[in-house]
Design a protein around this ligand. Structure first.
Ligand code: HEM
Length: 452
C-alpha cells in the first residue's frame, strides 16, 4: 500500500492545490492546447506533483509523477471515474457506455469478455496475412517518391485492425473512420474543438459510414461465409448475442465493433510515425535496427518469437513510447474526496492524470531528451521503476490492446524498414508534435521513400 503521507481519505484542513498563474481570461489554455505534456513537466518541476490549472472557464487539477501513477494503480477505482468523459462520445455511437467509460463490476465483466480478441494472440498467428496485406498496400510505392507518413500509417493500421479483429477490409471506409473518430474525440472527450462540428454534413456522413462498416462486419459474420481459423472480436460478439443474458445489446454490439478503430488507429499510427522520425534523426540507431530486421527476414516470414528477439527494434519502440507517448495523460472525474501530497482534492473535481510526466524526469530516465534505445536493457531497465513508465495508461483502464499494439508496431516497422529506404526531406527537419487529440506528428511530416 502507498505511504499515507502521499494520499489519505482525510481532507480536513488540507488546502487546495496551488493554482498555476496563467494569462488573464485564457489562463493556461494556450500551453495546454499546444504542448500539454511539456507544460505538465515544467509545472511538475516548478510546483510539484499536484497543481490546478485554468483554461478559459474550465479548471482542472493535475496529478503527475511516479506517486500519482502508483496512486491510480492502487486505489484509483475508489476515488476516480472515467464515465463522465466518455458519455457524449458514447452517445455519438448511440450507446450509453463504452468499455473505457464503464466502472466497477460492469467494467470488469466487459473487459474480461473482450480481453481474448484484443490480446497479442489476435496478431501473432497472422504474420503472413499481415505482411501480404502490407505488400498490397505498398504496391504503388515502386519509384522513389514523397510520402506523407501519418495518413500512410493510418491506412496500414486501419486495414490490419479490420483484418485481425473483424475479418473485414475497411478499405473505402478508412477516411470516414479517421474523420469520425478524430472529430468526435476532439469535440466530446478532449473538448478542444467546437461542438458545431458534430452538425456538419461531412461529419454526419463519416459517422454513418463508420457505423455501416461495423454493421457490415457483423452481417458478414452472421452469414458465416468467412474462413478465419480463430474466433475474432465479431465472432465473440455474435456468440454473446446468442446468450440469454447478453452482455451487449444490438446497438452496443455495433459500437463495440468500432472499438478497435477507436482505440488503435491513431495511437499505433502516431507511434509508428514518430518511430520513423526518431530513427531518421538517429542514423546509428537506424543502422542497428536495419541490420536486425534484414537478418529477421533472411529465413522468410518471421515468427513472433523471432520478432520479440530484436532488441534494437524493441528498444526503439519503447523509447518512442517514452518520448512521444500517443496518450500523454488521461482524464478522470473525482467521485470521493481525498488528499494527495497534503492537498485536498474534492468530489466533482475534473482531474488530469499526467501519467507520462515521469518519462521526462532525469532521476528516472537520465538525459531524458536523448533518444537512447539501450535504457530498457538490463541492468539499466529504467522503465521498470515503479510508476515510471506509463505509455499505456494506469489503473483499471490500462490499455487492453497493449500486447497487440506492441507486436503490431514492431512488425510494421520491421517490414517497412526491410523493404524501403526512408530519408527526411531535409536533415534539419524537426517535428512539432500536436494534440489531435492523441500526440501526433501531424500530416505535415513527410519523408522520401524508395524500395531497397
Ligand atoms: C501505441 C498504441 C497505444 C497506446 C499508446 C494506447 C494507450 C492507451 C491508454 C493510455 C489507455 C487508457 C485510457 C484511459 O485510461 O482513459 C488505453 C485504453 C484502451 N486501449 Fe489502448 N493504446 C494503444 C493501442 C491500442 C490498440 C491497438 C488497441 C486495440 C485494438 C487498444 C485498445 C484499448 C482499449 C480497449 C482500451 C480501454 C480499456 C479499458 O477501458 O478497460 N489500444 N489505451
Amino acid at each position: 500500500m502507498l505511504d499515507p503521507v502521499v494520499w489519505s481519505r482525510e481532507v480536513d484542513n488540507a488546502p487546495l492545490p496551488p493554482l498555476v498563474k496563467g494569462i488573464p481570461f485564457l489562463g493556461s489554455a494556450l500551453e495546454l492546447g499546444s504542448d500539454s505534456l511539456g507544460f505538465f513537466v515544467k509545472q511538475y518541476h516548478e510546483i510539484g506533483p499536484i497543481f490546478r490549472v485554468r483554461a478559459a472557464d474550465r479548471q482542472y487539477t493535475v496529478l503527475a509523477g511516479t506517486e500519482a501513477n502508483q496512486f491510480v494503480n492502487q486505489v484509483g477505482t475508489e476515488f476516480l471515474s472515467s464515465k463522465e468523459f466518455w458519455q457524449e462520445f458514447s452517445q455519438e455511437l448511440g450507446v450509453k457506455d463504452l468499455l473505457v467509460g464503464l466502472e466497477g463490476e460492469a467494467h470488469q465483466r466487459q473487459r474480461r469478455f473482450l480481453q481474448p480478441s484484443y490480446s497479442r494472440n489476435a496478431i501473432i498467428h497472422a504474420f503472413p496475412e499481415i505482411i501480404q496485406l502490407m505488400g498490397n498496400l505498398t504496391a504503388d510505392l515502386r519509384s522513389p517518391q514523397r510520402l506523407q507518413v501519418l495518413p500512410f500509417m493510418q491506412k496500414l493500421i486501419c486495414e490490419q485492425l479490420g483484418m485481425l479483429l473483424a475479418d473485414c477490409s475497411p478499405a473505402e471506409y478508412h477516411s470516414d473512420v479517421v474523420k469520425f473518430l478524430q472529430t468526435a474525440l476532439n469535440v466530446t472527450v478532449v473538448k478542444q474543438w467546437p461542438a458545431f462540428l458534430l452538425w456538419q454534413p461531412s461529419y454526419k456522413r463519416a459517422k454513418q459510414r463508420t457505423l455501416e462498416l461495423a454493421r457490415l462486419a457483423i452481417a458478414k459474420h452472421r452469414k458465416g461465409n468467412l474462413n478465419h481459423a480463430k474466433p475474432n472480436l465479431i465472432d465473440d460478439l455474435i456468440a454473446d448475442s446468442k446468450q440469454q443474458q447478453r452482455l451487449f445489446s444490438e446497438t452496443e454490439m455495433v459500437a463495440a465493433a468500432v472499438g478497435p478503430y477507436l482505440a488503435g488507429i491513431d495511437t499505433v499510427a502516431n507511434t509508428c510515425s514518430f518511430m520513423l522520425y526518431a530513427l531518421l534523426k538517429s542514423p546509428n540507431t537506424l543502422a542497428r535496427v536495419q541490420q536486425e530486421v534484414d537478418l529477421l527476414f533472411r529465413e522468410g516470414i518471421p515468427t513472433a518469437e523471432q520478432l520479440r528477439g530484436l532488441s534494437a527494434l524493441h528498444g526503439t519502440a519503447m523509447e518512442t513510447l517514452r518520448m512521444y507517448p500517443a496518450a500523454p495523460a488521461i482524464q478522470r472525474h473525482v467521485i470521493a474526496d481525498f488528499t494527495f501530497k497534503g492537498y485536498r482534492v474534492e468530489k466533482g473535481t475534473h482531474l488530469i492524470l499526467a501519467t507520462t510526466v515521469p518519462h521526462f524526469l532525469p532521476q528516472l530516465f537520465p538525459n531524458p531528451c536523448d533518444f537512447d534505445i539501450d535504457r530498457f536493457q538490463p541492468p539499466r531497465s529504467e522503465h521498470k521503476q515503479s510508476g515510471a513508465f506509463a505509455p499505456f495508461g494506469a489503473g483499471a483502464h490500462l490499455c487492453l490492446g497493449q500486447g497487440l499494439a506492441e507486436v503490431q508496431i514492431m512488425l510494421i516497422m520491421a517490414t517497412l524498414l526491410h523493404w524501403f529506404e526512408f530519408s527526411l526531406e531535409s536533415p534539419n527537419y524537426t517535428v512539432k508534435p500536436i494534440n489531435n487529440p492523441t500526440l501526433s506528428p501531424g500530416n505535415k511530416f513527410s519523408v522520401c521513400v524508395q524500395r531497397r
